[in-house]
Structures are given as C-alpha cells and as structure tokens.
Write a protein that binds this ligand. Structure first.
Ligand code: GH3
Ligand code: MG
Ligand code: MG
Ligand code: MG
Length: 312
C-alpha cells in the first residue's frame, strides 16, 4: 500500500536516487569493497560474493540495479543475468556487468545475456558512479510510469489494466508449475447507503481502509490485489487451493469487520464486505474465465445470503 502523508489525496509517490538500492555481486572481496566505498555515500549498497546468492537476493528483495562480475566460481555473471531476465520477479532489474575483459566477444555475451551496460575493471570511480546514476534514473522513470499505468490512485492497489496485462502470465505460471490459482472478489456491503449517509469523502476514505485491510491480509509476495470496480476488489492467489483461499477470505472478512468503521445502515452497525471465490485448476478442462465467473456468481450468493460472508 503506497501512501504518503495523512491526507487522503496526498500521495506523492516518486522516489529519488538516494532511495535506490544497488546490489554488488563479485567473488573478490577487494572489488566489492572498492565499489561499495564509491557508491555507499550515494545509494544503499548490498553485496554478495556469488551468482547464486545474487539470484536469491533479487528474488527476495529486488534491488534497483545489479553490478555483476562476470567470472565467479559457482556460476558466471552471464548465466545469472539470463536467469534474472527470465523470471517475472526480477526481469525489470537492470544488470550492469563489471568486467576486466571487454573484447568484442565478451561484450556480445553481456548484451546477449540481457545486460543493460558494462563497466571496465579496474573501475574508474567517476565512470562507475555516473553509469549507475544514469541507469537508476531511467529505472525510476520506468517504475513511476508503471505505477501510473498499473495502480489505482485512490487506494494504491493495482487496477484493471494491470489485471489485463498480468493475468495471462499468472495463468501460464500456474500451468507450468501445475499449481492451483484461486480468485476472490470482495464487494463492500451497502456502500451506496454509506456514501449517501456519510458523504463521498468519507466513502473514499473507507475504500482506502478496505484496500489496506485487504493488502495486509495477503501474506505472500505473489498474491495480488486489484481494484476492479468502484467498491469491488479482486484478489489473485497463486499456489493456493480452495482450502487456502477459504482461510484468506475468512481472515479478510474478520479484519475488515474488526476495523469497526461505523455504518448506520449495516445490520452490525459497522462496515462489512461480502466475497465470492473460486479456484482454477490448470491442465483440466476449465479456464480462468470460468473461475472468475464462478467467483462472481458466488459473490451474488453471499449478498443474497445476508452479506458479511463469503461463498465458494
Ligand atoms: P451491495 O451490498 O449489494 O453491494 O450494495 P451497494 O450499495 O454496495 O451496491 P451498489 O452497486 O448499489 O452501490 C455501489 C456504490 O459504491 C455506488 C457508489 O456510490 C459507491 N462507489 C463506487 N465507487 C466509489 C468511489 O470511488 N468512491 C466512493 N466514495 N464511492 C464509490
Ligand atoms: Mg570474479
Ligand atoms: Mg458492487
Ligand atoms: Mg457493494
């Protein structure tokens, strides 16, 4: 949930170069130390001594840039770069190779692996700093653009455009890994009456609180929250069976009702949500579209059954 300040409409989100994280990957302690000393005053630096540690680091906490040595005992930098470029969790991280050999053949390998640039060893401090600054600036612009395209301004969660662009890949991942993908649609109960009674500003603030509760209830980085309509939110839960999805739905309903947001027209006196959920099992004769339609039908049942509940 991205939100700065205390005002509902104060959400200046852009990051600066000082907020950026750089990962230095080199098996030589001296090389890591030189680069860290040069860059640490300007950015937050992390360093690891092997390609496999770099991949693990990037998957867990994606940095804004990787400075990658080429020759390392466990795996060479090119191979690591190819792995990062082919993983949706790490594909957007620019990799700058830092290498002693800059023959045509070597350069070709760096570009072919998906590298953004390379810097020659022994590193020249000014060159390194300015190359890093250049790539981080362009990464920040790309990130901001993605944020503007893919997120909803009011709640900070993903929007419908994100869903359309990313759902096909999530389905492909589920098929490749042969793992269930669960979906659940949440809809605020009697929200028209909330707006009518408390006004649209309070309504907006309430939607922001709902989104926050939803986001905080999603515990895995691969879970996604999307605002699909005015007071409707979709959650996508990869690697999650019906049993797991039920647990998430229960947790969310409870978190939201325990926020005790006053709602005079609600039978409980507080704001509640209803949900409909379904599970897509890949490599069967069903589809993600069918799961989404089923979830929508279930939402209708939850509403018909008195709201403040979910149906599967
Ligand atoms: P139900 O329990 O059956 O879902 O009833 P409901 O009143 O929530 O459903 P309905 O679809 O009739 O009304 C949804 C309301 O959500 C209509 C609109 O006032 C409100 N809404 C939609 N988008 C926004 C928004 O961005 N801000 C605010 N404040 N209200 C919104
Ligand atoms: Mg080396
Ligand atoms: Mg609705
Ligand atoms: Mg509603």
């Amino acid at each position: 949930m991205r939100r700065g300040g205390t005002c509902l409409y104060n959400k200046k989100t852009s990051r600066t170069l000082q907020d950026c994280n750089v990962l230095i990957v080199d098996d030589q302690t001296a090389s890591r130390l030189i680069m860290t000393t040069l860059l640490e005053p300007l950015f937050t630096c992390h360093s690891v001594d092997s390609a496999s540690k770099a991949i693990e680091f990037c998957r867990e906490t994606p940095p804004d840039l990787v400075l990658m040595d080429v020759y390392m005992p466990d795996m060479d930098g090119h191979e690591a770069c190819i792995i990062l470029s082919n993983d949706s969790r790490t594909e957007d991280i620019p990799v700058v190779f830092v290498t002693a050999s800059v023959s045509d053949e070597e350069q070709e390998k760096c570009w072919n692996a998906g590298g953004a640039d390379f810097v020659q060893k022994p590193v020249n401090g000014t060159t390194l700093i300015n190359r890093v600054k250049f790539h981080l600036s362009s990464k920040l612009k790309t990130d901001l653009l993605e944020q503007l395209i893919y997120t909803d301004r009011l709640t900070g969660c993903f929007n419908r455009h994100y869903l359309e662009e990313h759902l096909p890949q999530m389905v492909k991942d589920a098929e490749r890994e042969n793992q269930a993908l669960s979906v659940a649609i949440f809809d605020a109960d009697l929200f028209k009456q909330f707006n009518d009674h408390y006004g649209h500003i309070k309504g907006d603030s309430c939607l922001w609180k709902i989104a926050k509760s939803l986001q905080e209830s999603l515990l895995r980085p691969r879970d996604k929250l999307i605002r699909v309509g005015g007071e409707e939110f979709l959650i996508l839960l990869p690697h999650t069976s019906e049993h797991g999805a039920r647990t998430v739905c229960e947790r969310i309903l409870q978190t939201i009702s325990h926020q005790y947001i006053e709602h005079s027209a609600s039978p409980t006196g507080y704001l509640t949500v209803s949900a409909g959920a379904a599970t897509y099992h890949p490599n069967t004769d069903t589809s993600i579209d069918k799961a989404l339609m089923d979830a929508d039908k279930c939402l209708y049942h939850a509403k018909a059954n008195g709201r403040n509940s979910y149906a599967f």
